[in-house]
Ligand binder design. Sequence first.
Ligand SMILES: [Zn+2]
Length: 256
Amino acid sequence: MNSEPAPRAVGHAPTASAAAATTPRRRSMLRAALTGTALIGAGLTVGASSAGATPTGATRSRPTTAQEALRELAAGNKRWRTYRERHPDESPAVRAALTSSQHPFALVLGCIDSRVPPELVFDQGLGDLMTVRSAGEVLDEAVLGSIAYGVLELDIPLVMVLGHQSCGAVKAAVQADLTGEELPAHIQYIADQIKPAIDRSKEGDARVDATIDANVALVRSRLAAEPDLAAKVDEGKLLIVGARYELTSQLVHRVA
Ligand SMILES: [Zn+2]
């Protein structure tokens, strides 16, 4: 069972409209250049609607808003944690369709932890998720640039910061903070970024666990403060959320 008291499922989200945008021509052209999409093909969707049936033969509608994206992630996580994965969007037709363009419906910023691959825990396939991963979901210029690319150039309507139970990066940051010990090489950068999230009201494992949630909230708020992303949020075209994956139950639930 999940150790969190009555966690909210990932799809239960604050409301935010993310209606399809009228895309300025300049941006369309830039996006076309970056993604290899011909302008006439810019509206093409991949997945069941344009690239044939899923392996199960069922069609699935592709999310175009943040709320639809959250619902699909929640549904996919449910398939994952109940061992009913569909492994969508892996078919020859989908692979062929994706050679000319991509239209991922969500961007997940997750940890590098080998036990939390976003495509697996959300049961998604090729072209569905843009994933950015760094230890402890820590931001740097490359991570910010990658997220900006997904949001500003590919018009992805949902960004999810995904932390997880027993995060080693958070544990190391809490430990280094306690001992004052310098971590080797660039690992210190990771710890320094997590440090402001350390929950000093708790001790031991409880401090690590609380800091995992606080770190997700911190990263989410840092992203929300990025001017270009904030503008998208204000226009109702982007939702930025924080979530956490439980290793014990395989449930993803919202924490920010
Ligand atoms: Zn981790």
